[in-house]
Design a protein around this ligand. Structure first.
Ligand code: CMP
Length: 140
């Protein structure tokens, strides 16, 4: 089915100047960028976005990292977009990420892991609405 998912290019990958290379991977896989914004997240925004991880031991480090520089946030649309994006990203820990995935190629550690992608369709709806108003999304 045609799906939408939220993607974030994290501060490490923005600093590495690989937004375009990552966008090319989305496009080559048939995912369409239907909304995008670059943003330097506030602590409140990062904490709210990752609220489900609040009790995890890595929460503070995660928030600290996500506010360390600008991120590029996009909505991707395509057939099976949620899973397709997760396949393109590779495993959360770049050490476990398959060769040729975004994290294998661009990520340095489980914290600085280059990209975020929604883990399920329901999560995607919530995450998209967290960053984009309906009027900011431009489907074909
Ligand atoms: P992301 O997909 O953005 O979702 C939460 C982030 O927490 C994850 O990517 C990692 O960058 C980070 N993180 C740090 N340590 C862990 C861990 N042990 N398990 C899962 N995520 C972690």
């Amino acid at each position: 089915a045609l799906e939408r998912t939220l993607s974030i290019i994290k501060p490490d990958a923005v600093a590495k100047n690989v937004i375009g290379e990552i966008y090319t991977r989305f496009e080559k896989a048939g995912l369409r960028i239907i909304a995008a914004k670059m943003k330097h997240l506030s602590r409140k925004e990062a904490e709210g976005f990752y609220a489900v991880h609040r009790e995890r031991p890595f929460f503070n480090a995660l928030v600290e990292f996500m506010v360390s520089g600008p991120v590029m946030i996009q909505v991707l649309e395509g057939e099976g977009a949620v899973l397709k994006n997760r396949e393109l990203m590779g495993a959360t820990n770049p050490k476990d990420a398959a060769p040729g995935t975004i994290r294998a190629d661009f990520a340095a550690s489980i914290d600085a892991n280059a990209v975020h992608g929604s883990d399920a369709l329901e999560t995607a709806k919530v995450e998209i609405a967290y960053f984009f108003a309906d009027t900011e999304i431009s489907p074909r």
